[in-house]
Design a protein around this ligand. Structure first.
Ligand code: THU
Length: 141
């Protein structure tokens, strides 16, 4: 599988998982439901949804949940990420989640933005987080 072009079958699995996760989102404050799914280096899919909190800053993004599920399952390598929102506006990962993804993903890792019905945009992680800081910086220090 090319890093920038997930196989159609993998993309469909990611979309299905992220859309299902979005249905489980807990977002009573923003009403903005988000689902995410990551493909790991073993071909497994891990999903997450946003989970908000009455103490607003404690809310967690969908992408963070998906990454947590991946780590719990024993992987630390992301091959692709899908984020699913609703409607025409692209739900791209927030800045914090771009950095969280950077921990586990190569610069050319595809980040795919979709809604309930279609894929809307494709990026690489490096496009979304150029000149980024990552674990290898600490190895060199
Ligand atoms: N949110 C995500 O879960 N992922 C994104 O990529 C963008 C924003 C969530 C956070 C919050 O629960 C709600 O969407 C509104 O910002």
């Amino acid at each position: 599988m090319s890093q920038t072009d997930p196989l159609t079958a993998d993309l469909e699995r990611l979309l299905t998982a992220a859309r299902a996760a979005r249905e489980r989102a807990y977002a009573p404050y923003s009403r903005f439901l988000v689902g995410a799914a990551v493909l790991d280096d073993q071909g497994r899919v891990h999903a997450g949804c946003n989970v908000e909190n009455a103490a607003y800053p404690q809310g967690v993004c969908a992408e963070a949940g998906a990454l947590s599920a991946m780590v719990l399952a024993g992987s630390t390598h992301v091959r692709a990420l899908v984020v699913v929102g609703a409607g025409p506006a692209w739900v791209t990962p927030c800045g914090g989640c771009r950095q969280k993804l950077r921990e586990f993903a190569a610069p050319d890792t595809p980040v795919i933005v979709a809604n309930e019905v279609e894929v809307q945009a494709r990026f690489t992680l490096a496009q979304l987080l150029p000149q980024s800081f990552g674990p290898e910086h600490l190895e060199r220090a």
